[in-house]
Design a protein around this ligand. Structure first.
Ligand code: ZN
Length: 162
């Protein structure tokens, strides 16, 4: 297999994987590897706080904790440039579009993970951060508008008196 087209690096959430050269759409990047757990074992691991579980089917969950599983370092995004695909009981991370060098490679972990593990309001992906920044700007702007309005209301009677 050729050298990986991505490397481990610092991201906002800790570590992440970044493209080191242009990568074409639909490129298979890595396999999500680890011991296979039964449903019962997976539930136990989840209760212990394991955040690297990938449920392939009802009785087949990959425990992606081991360090050799490079795919565990792909971060979640609500606007991802890669996806996970299941093929014959195995899981691969594959690009959704062309990726430029330097771009962080992400995939969508799914609604359950976002809701239960990350927390919708705490997601640090670029789309969620942009949305939160926009909302904060709008809140600040509407506060300014509110202040301007009340200043005018106070100004009118004074103007009449003078
Ligand atoms: Zn997000």
């Amino acid at each position: 297999m050729p050298r990986r087209p991505f490397r481990l690096g610092r991201s906002l959430t800790g570590l992440g994987l970044f493209a080191t050269r242009p990568i074409k759409k639909k490129t298979r990047l890595a396999e999500y590897r680890g011991p296979i757990l039964t449903q019962e074992e997976a539930e136990r691991a989840e209760r212990r706080g394991n955040r690297y579980l990938y449920e392939v089917s009802r009785n087949r969950t990959i425990d992606g904790t081991p360090r050799y599983n490079i795919a565990r370092y792909f971060n979640h995004s609500c606007n991802p440039n890669a996806e996970s695909v299941i093929w014959r009981g195995r899981v691969f991370i594959r690009t959704l579009r062309d990726i430029k060098p330097g771009e962080e490679i992400t995939y969508d972990y799914g609604t359950d993970y976002l809701k239960n593990v990350i927390g919708r309001s705490k997601c640090k992906c670029s789309r969620c951060r942009r949305r939160r920044a926009k909302r904060a700007r709008e809140r600040r702007a509407s506060k300014r508008r509110g202040r301007a309005k009340s200043a005018r209301r106070q100004g009118r009677p004074r103007g009449r008196r003078g």
